[in-house]
Design a protein around this ligand. Structure first.
Ligand code: 93A
Length: 527
């Protein structure tokens, strides 16, 4: 379904590549029509070009606010070629057919980004450009519309291949892109006005202003998906530089985010920390003097789940750690930075994605999190509570020792990033058993204890890794049973929010078992 191009209307703010493109159109015998600045640029290059005022019979007026907003332009874009009534109207009113529209808009986004005064931003709201783009895109059955200089070559290729005509396939593709452009443009204007009004960022603004990256598929291969980057600029998977490896998948992005957000809880100045994530849950978290030590400790927690996992760290990836990580199949590594040697070691694994985020996100920083439900979505502030800022209350007769307290804090930090119900066993700055995502807390306790026993077996150790550990729970123990399961598994101290109706009963059970227990007063549900 080819359409010949006989006349083109060009009206561009960004004149990059314009003259060469227009010269190629002229060489094909295409008539050019243009607005003020564009017309001047083309005429100066020696190209024959009509002024749009010739078509409209009106001069550009009101500082250019009104130049193409006229039936002679919009009729020429919108008239259906095969419709006799449309053709009669065009003939009766002397409306020339426009087959190709080339427009890029007033640089509104750039004007806002440059912090220009209000009135400059207002003047840079393009009205005529989007109107023409939308008209031409609607009529893509007959008209081709170019909104991006990157598409000039594709148009010229088709004109060359089809004797001055363009295919329906290209016209449709260009129309789709055109509407994406005008939608993003209007979203940017709305976002700017909202910001001027001092409105809090509603979730749809973040979405509207974002640019989507189409992903190969979603959570499953039969689902389509895209990645929207919001203007938030939080260091992490959305802003990181991908040094190597295949395109990230939907699940990779989700898991990498979970891993990097979790590892950011660990102060890089204090210790090296590693988080290994699988299916959005940590399966090993540890700190150490070096990243390699931390990685080996984290891996010991659940080496089976770590296979094909995501590894995040809070310090610059070094060669020693890189060697250990590439030793087993890993999907993604994310770090604030990496040494040249480490990058070279990772390069040996072609498919392994390496992401460098520049720095760590601040776990205390606010921001929105979203999730959809049927017919709507939920928005909330990010869980930015950190255990170091919590007032820990010892509720048992025995207070935790210094070492237990350090591990309790560590465990609660991890529990924040484990799907509820979360139970986390920690010993010497490393998780040794994680129970995630169970509907009953006692099941999570049992799973975590079982995992600690399994990890010991895998390491060839005679006794469960939970022996002498501490345990964290993301929410209060409603009954003593989950807590007693932990004591039985070998835990000596417990950290939990507290606040159950049966706190007294739970504290009594802890005292009887000789456990030390602290309440945080903060819950870390995560679903
Ligand atoms: O001020 S406008 O919204 N009114 C119009 O009628 C109009 N027509 C085209 N802006 C309008 N344009 C825009 O002018 C185009 O979208 C393009 O960005 C710019 C090109 O102007 P010039 O050819 O004068 O450099």
């Amino acid at each position: 379904d080819l359409k010949r191009v006989t006349r083109a209307l060009l009206s561009v703010s960004d004149k990059t590549g314009l003259v060469d493109f227009a010269r190629a159109l002229v060489a094909r015998g295409i008539e050019l029509v243009s607005t003020g600045g564009t017309q001047k640029a083309l005429a100066e290059a020696g190209l024959p070009v009509r002024d749009v005022s010739d078509l409209t019979g009106f001069p550009e007026m009101m500082d250019g606010r009104v130049k193409t907003l006229h039936p002679a332009v919009h009729g020429g874009l919108l008239g259906i070629r095969a419709n006799p009534e449309h053709q009669a109207a065009m003939l009766a009113h002397g409306i020339p057919q426009i087959d190709l529209l080339v427009v890029n808009l007033y640089p509104f986004e750039a004007t806002v980004a440059a912090n220009r005064p209000h009135d400059d931003c207002i003047e840079n709201i393009d009205i005529g450009g989007p109107a023409m783009i939308r008209a031409a895109a609607k009529n893509h059955g007959d008209v081709a519309v170019v909104v991006d200089g990157a598409d000039y070559a594709a148009v010229l290729d088709e004109l060359a291949a089809h004797e001055g005509a363009v295919t329906r396939t290209l016209r449709r593709r260009l129309a789709q892109k055109a509407y994406a452009r005008t939608a993003a443009y209007d979203a940017a204007i709305s976002n700017w006005l909202a910001a001027e009004l001092g409105e809090p960022t509603p979730p749809f603004r973040a979405l509207g202003g974002a640019i989507a990256e189409v992903l190969r598929y979603g959570e499953n291969p039969h689902q389509t998906a895209a990645f929207y980057r919001t203007p938030e600029q939080r260091p992490g998977v959305a802003t990181a530089r991908q040094v190597q490896g295949k395109q990230l998948s939907y699940n990779n992005i989700n898991d990498t985010d979970a891993a990097y957000e979790a590892v950011a809880e660990f102060d890089a100045a204090r210790s090296a920390a590693i988080v290994i994530v699988k299916h959005a849950n940590p399966c090993g978290v540890a700190e150490g003097a070096t990243l390699r030590e931390a990685y080996e400790k984290a891996l010991r927690c659940d080496p089976v789940s770590a296979f094909g996992g995501i590894v995040a760290m809070n310090r610059t990836l070094d060669a020693d750690a890189a060697k250990a990580i590439v030793d087993i199949f890993t999907e993604v590594i994310i770090a604030p930075d990496a040494t040249e040697d480490a990058i070279a070691i990772v390069a040996a694994k072609k498919n392994l994605r390496l992401l460098l985020a520049g720095r760590l996100p601040d776990p205390r920083q606010g921001g929105l999190t979203l999730r959809t439900v049927a017919g709507g979505f939920l928005a909330q502030n990010r869980d930015n509570a950190v255990v170091d800022a919590m007032d820990l209350k010892v509720v048992t007769k025995r207070a935790p020792t210094e070492r237990e307290l350090a591990d309790l804090r560590f465990a609660f930090r991890v529990a924040k990033h484990v799907k509820s119900n979360a139970i986390v066993y920690v010993k010497d700055g490393a998780t040794v058993g994680i129970g995630a995502g169970q509907m009953s807390r006692v099941d999570s306790s049992r799973i975590a204890a079982w995992k600690a026993a399994e990890a010991a077996k895998a390491a060839g150790l005679p006794e469960t890794l939970a022996r002498g550990s501490v345990v964290a729970s993301d929410a209060f123990f409603p009954f003593a049973d989950g807590l007693l399961a932990a004591a039985e598994a070998g835990a000596t101290a417990i950290i939990q929010p507290g606040g159950s109706m049966r706190d007294d009963e739970v504290i009594k059970a802890a005292d009887e078992a000789g456990l030390a227990m602290v309440f945080t007063g903060h819950r870390h549900f995560r679903h």
